[in-house]
Design a protein around this ligand. Sequence first.
Ligand SMILES: [Zn+2]
Length: 250
Amino acid sequence: MTALAVLGTVVVVHPDVTGRRSLAAEVVAGANAPVAIETPITAPTPVPTPTQHFTTPQRPAPTLTRKPKGAKPNITVSSGKLGVVPGFDKATGMRDKLTYRVEIEEGLSVNGPAVAAAIHKTLTDARGWQAVHPVNFERTDKVTADLRIILATPTMTDKLCLPLDTGGEVSCRVEDRVVLNAKRWTYAVPAYNGDVVLYRQYLINHEVGHALGHGHSTCEKAKSPAPVMMQQTKGLDGCRPNAWPTIKAT
Ligand SMILES: [Zn+2]
């Protein structure tokens, strides 16, 4: 502290001559300065969901995944606000187009465009519903979309799924809403043995399967692929994980 006070005085009295010298002195002083001087300025209180304050509801930014080092991903803290992922993914076929919009709860540690891309890839996959039903999925960001596919915290999932009981753990489809629980999206379920990508494909196809009119089915034969419309999140009952309607839909 003493060194800084002296420097200040020198700069004021001899601005031209000692300017450079004092700069050098500052560097040295900075290097040797007590940590206490720097700490209040360079170490602000960590903000758990920094991007929440800088993204508008309409544009969940790709920077959502760039967390401060050491920060934990936010899966459970609910902001209660949904943002639409902007953009379009054209339908690949002409007949029976079904449009959907991807919405993500603000503050979630996910990459909006990547989530939207994963959903579209799953819905238009050759193993998916398009091969089973006369339907062609098209992503839009317009309010006129037939279906809303929402990725939300367990808290918000429970709210959006009412009157269904999702208990903070599972996902649902209610009216025009397909609600994917961010906890499941991020951590999948033990039966999938860490294959999060496959579980996400299952989750999307299962909930959208409801929107296409399918109810639940069960495992009929041990070690055979589980039907997509089985509630695989609650257990596989001896079946093997399966995400694809063409392998076993119901
Ligand atoms: Zn279901």
